[in-house]
Design a protein. Structure first.
Ligand code: DON
Length: 562
């Protein structure tokens, strides 16, 4: 591939196309937790727009899904503002601390130190979520940040009840949670997984949210709270400084836009690989008529497309503020045609190398989708990375820190917790953002607008891809979010799938084409989607059956619709 340098770090949003004023008489929120969905709806009902609702949902999820996302983490918020058609990705991704170095997780022999980028204070990047919420309120919301944060503050004070999902993930991360006094006191009961129905109250987190509510960015990134965060991290062997916090900057990025048949797909830009990987896979798949293929051939072709797109992720992608990524070439249809010339319908193209996969059973991160009565929309995927992040809470803050540093390539060719390999483009550097797979996405045709996304580590992008292909077939959000799932990420060279995705004969046919298949043993992902059918002017929302989320469409009385 020609190495024409093309930087994606565009700090200004584009205006896609102006759209006429919209009156929907409905609003919808789909998120991973009923309390977070309610928080979003209550802010909409106070006169907030989709962006205020996004603040409320993000903050509520930080309270009631502490294992998935939070103030100690980051995320991407894809926005569409209806009155002027502006589309932008708010990048609140964590950054590597200024004292971070390329080999910081390697021992003197150059080998990765077990769990150093996953457990404890050294694994945490500088959080971006609080700054992103402040940015959303200042630039896109109509309510004060303090209003949009109220539901989360109340939830933190009143508590939420432990469910089975919480128990499963707390068990998975019990050892690391128990090793930190603050995390142990908040998330475990006497060091054990709390019983079902235990009420988890987070008073320190409520105070931290209150500081953010009243002081905005400075409430988190400077002053008393910043002192506590830095002190706690340093005492536990981490390398954060107050300068790291003070210098954190939210970026506005131009989303990646791809066209698949009659669908415009808008998704996350670098430092998420999501949009580009989707665009490469869709450009390959557009050459085929998937609807006329038998099931095994269709799955084979989709897998071969995933494999090639994830190969480019491993080879070329990283934070485009630090490395040059050939974004325009990777996005061209002609490039997809070139890399799929060797794609045979009857036979697998093997990935070049085989590497081990670290199995992970605990899944987290979170996604939500919102459309308000004006047609504004938000797709947001937020994370602290591994379940319960680094498992570390600096004393007196209630902030559970991420372990997003593991999303860097800590050593070329060494798989991270999702089995992803990377190279130079995603090496650690001070102040750099680690490559992500989070893919909040919009899909649009003349008649319909869809908002979707999911957690699931490396499998996020393939889940969104399957959702888009399903939408193209005219199916509903209910179908997108509940589809049986399969995934290929180039390395390891194996189709990963849910236990019941394939019929026996399809499995056999795929094996005959040369595929290796591996059931991941459980269901994965937790997709939440909203669809606006412009013809009927109705919204439809759906939450993945695999999770315990809530998708709610509410009617907005005509008299209150602004
Ligand atoms: O940014 C990323 O790609 C990962 N940190 C997301 C982690 C994730 O989705 C975990 N979920 N199951």
């Amino acid at each position: 591939m020609k190495k024409i340098l093309f930087f994606t770090s565009i700090l200004f949003a584009i205006t896609a196309y102006a759209t006429p004023a919209t009156q929907l008489h409905q609003q919808a929120v789909a998120s991973a937790h009923p309390a977070a969905t309610q928080a979003g709806l209550s802010v909409l009902n106070q006169g907030g727009n989709a962006f205020d609702a996004a603040i409320a949902v993000s903050a509520a999820l930080a309270v009631v899904e502490p294992f998935g996302s939070g103030l100690g983490g980051g995320g991407f918020w894809l926005l569409h503002r209806q009155h002027d058609g502006k589309q932008v990705m708010i990048d609140g991704r964590e950054v590597a601390p200024l004292a971070a170095t390329r080999d910081m997780y390697l021992d003197s022999q150059g080998e990765p130190i077990k769990n150093a980028s996953v457990d404890g204070a050294l694994a945490a990047g500088i959080p971006g979520l609080p700054a992103a919420l402040d940015h959303l309120a200042k630039h896109y919301g109509v309510l004060a940040l303090s209003d949009s944060l109220q539901p989360a503050i109340k939830l933190a004070k009143d508590g939420f009840l432990v469910n089975e999902h919480y128990q499963r993930l707390a068990k998975f991360r019990q050892a690391v949670l128990a090793s930190n006094d603050s995390a142990k006191a908040i998330f475990l009961s006497d060091g054990k997984v709390p019983a079902l129905g235990t009420n988890i109250i987070q008073n320190d987190l409520a105070n931290t949210l209150q500081l953010l509510a009243t002081q905005g960015f400075d409430g988190f990134y400077s002053g008393e709270l910043a002192d506590k965060l830095v002190k706690g991290v340093q005492q536990a062997g981490g390398i954060w400084t107050k300068e790291d916090l003070a210098r954190y900057t939210v970026k506005e990025r131009l989303p990646v836009v791809a066209h698949y048949k009659n669908i415009k797909v808008t998704s996350a830009a670098l430092p998420s690989s999501g949009g580009l990987v989707l665009s490469i896979a869709l450009n390959i798949l557009e050459q085929y008529d998937l609807s006329t293929m038998d099931e095994a051939t269709r799955i084979h072709v989709v897998v071969e497309a995933m494999k090639r797109a994830y190969r480019d992720r491993a080879l070329h992608m990283g934070d485009s503020d630090f490395v040059s990524v050939p974004v325009s070439e990777l996005s061209e249809k002609s490039y997809a045609h070139t890399i799929s010339k060797d794609l045979r319908l009857d036979e697998v193209t093997p990935s070049q190398h085989i590497s081990g996969l670290n199995e992970i059973e605990g899944h987290d991160t979170t996604h939500f989708s919102v459309i308000d009565k004006r047609g504004n929309r938000v797709a947001a995927t937020l994370s602290i990375n591994y379940p319960f992040g680094s498992g570390f809470v600096p004393q007196g803050t209630g902030v559970l820190l991420n372990d997003e540093m593991d999303d860097f390539s800590i050593k070329p060719g060494t798989p991270n917790v999702y089995g992803l390999v990377g190279g130079e483009a995603n090496a650690i550097a001070a102040g750099k953002r680690m490559l992500s797979s989070m893919s909040p996405t919009f899909i649009e045709t003349e008649e319909k607008v869809g908002v979707l996304g999911t957690p699931g580590g490396s499998r996020i992008i393939s889940m969104v891809l399957l959702g888009i292909l399903d939408a193209e077939q005219g199916h509903s959000p209910e179908s997108w979010v509940n589809l049986p799932r399969y995934h290929h990420q180039y390395l390891p060279d194996v189709i990963q799938h849910e236990p019941d995705t394939f019929k026996a004969e399809t499995l056999l046919e795929l094996t005959e084409k040369g595929h290796k298949l591996k059931s991941v043993g459980r269901h994965y992902g937790n997709m939440h989607a909203v669809l606006w059918d412009k013809k009927s002017n109705k919204l439809v929302a759906a939450s993945d059956r695999r999770g315990s989320g809530a998708a709610i469409v509410e009617s907005v009385p005509l008299s209150t619709a602004k």
